[in-house]
Design a binder for this molecule. Structure first.
Ligand code: NAX
Length: 327
């Protein structure tokens, strides 16, 4: 029997948490022979902590053979203690009339604190994946607090956008979605991100050639993927949760699968024209469990460069709103 992995999850009683925890405990994230201990962290709010109690009862009632323990707490230093993976899902939602800058600052406080505590108490091999929005900038903020853990350990999720783009290409081409490969997301997890159809293939041929409709690729395709979150809120009356949890399972699963090539928001070193030190989505290749190398040599045409410049500008602006917090 392998040693259990400790997986800390913030926002554990939220919508995404409710879809996510059962997938982790069933083995979908780390594999069918890897036991896990869940360390569930909620905000110190009575209603949230009560809801978490219910979620833990349901985890018990699933009798998952791989689930070797559950910690429930509102104390981050207990929740992140010795964690091998820290999944930062909880965040403050944007309230009515709230400015983006205020949202960034409010969440900044949460992610500064969590980054500091993770660096102090998590396992030596700890990896961090940020989902709570604005995910890229929250990830940058958390990483800014780390002195022990290197910045590459901090990733933000753009996998939901990749999955959305893959399905849209398959539907347009009228093929099974497994035929669609090499579709990666560049930039921010926001409507400005760029689903780079230029490297995508469908049945082994360039996607642009198979679809043969550049106006659709540059227009409705990018728009549908970029605004999918809003479309789901409009239809469901709540933001995407099951698909976001599924994307986080994919994000981590790909990060522990050697050879996987997938989209992750990571600390930029200037590749593709992103400003150094913003967290930008781009393709990476997993080289060892939890370790990856950015793929920096994909060709981008003028349209792609223009889209990347726009999403980079948004990331730089977000960073400027919180610059005083991360000094
Ligand atoms: P919910 O509001 O349902 O749940 C969030 C939970 O986080 C709540 O239970 C809340 O009490 C908890 N929380 C707040 N502050 C906390 C703290 N300091 N420590 C621990 N827990 C805390 O939101 P949900 O639908 O689950 O979404 C969670 C986050 O994911 C949001 O920020 C959302 O915007 C973001 N998303 C990110 C996506 C991505 O692709 N990166 C897609 C889906 C989602 O929109």
């Amino acid at each position: 029997m392998k040693t259990p992995i400790r997986v800390a999850v913030t926002g554990a009683a939220g919508q995404i948490g409710y879809s996510l925890l059962f997938r982790i405990a069933s083995g979908a994230m780390f594999g069918p022979d890897q036991p896990v201990i869940l360390q569930l962290i909620e905000a110190p709010i009575e209603k949230a902590l009560k809801a978490l109690e219910g979620v833990v009862m349901e985890l018990d009632d699933c009798a998952f053979p791989l689930l070797k323990g559950v910690v429930q707490t509102s104390d981050a230093s207990v929740g992140f203690k010795d964690a091998n993976w820290c999944l930062l899902v909880g965040a403050k939602p944007r309230g009515p009339g709230m400015e983006r800058a205020d949202l960034l600052k409010d969440n900044g406080k949460i992610f500064i604190e969590q980054g500091r505590i993770i660096d102090a108490v998590a396992a030596a091999d700890a990896r961090v994946a940020v989902v709570g929005n604005p995910a890229n900038t929250n990830c940058m903020i958390a990483a800014s607090q780390a002195k022990r853990l290197p910045a590459e350990r901090f990733t933000a999720m753009v996998r939901l956008d990749q999955n959305r783009a893959q399905t849209q290409l398959a539907k347009k081409a009228g093929v099974d979605l497994t035929e669609v490969k090499n579709i990666y997301i560049y930039g921010n997890h926001s409507p400005t991100m760029f689903p780079a159809y230029g490297h995508a293939t469908i049945g082994g041929k360039p996607a642009a050639q198979v679809i043969n409709d550049l106006a659709w690729l540059q227009g409705p395709f990018c728009e549908t993927v970029g605004k999918r979150g809003a479309a789901i809120i409009a239809a469901r009356g709540a933001s995407s949760a099951a698909s976001a949890a599924n994307a986080l399972v994919d994000h981590v699963r790909s990060l522990v699968t050697i050879g996987a090539v997938h989209s992750v928001a990571i600390k930029s070193n200037g590749a593709y024209g992103f400003d150094a030190n913003v967290w930008a989505g781009m393709p990476v290749r997993t080289t060892a469990p939890g370790t990856y190398e950015p793929i920096t040599n994909y060709f981008l045409d003028d349209f792609a460069k223009q889209k990347i410049a726009a999403t980079n500008k948004e990331l730089v602006d977000e960073r400027s709103f919180v610059a005083d917090m991360i000094k």
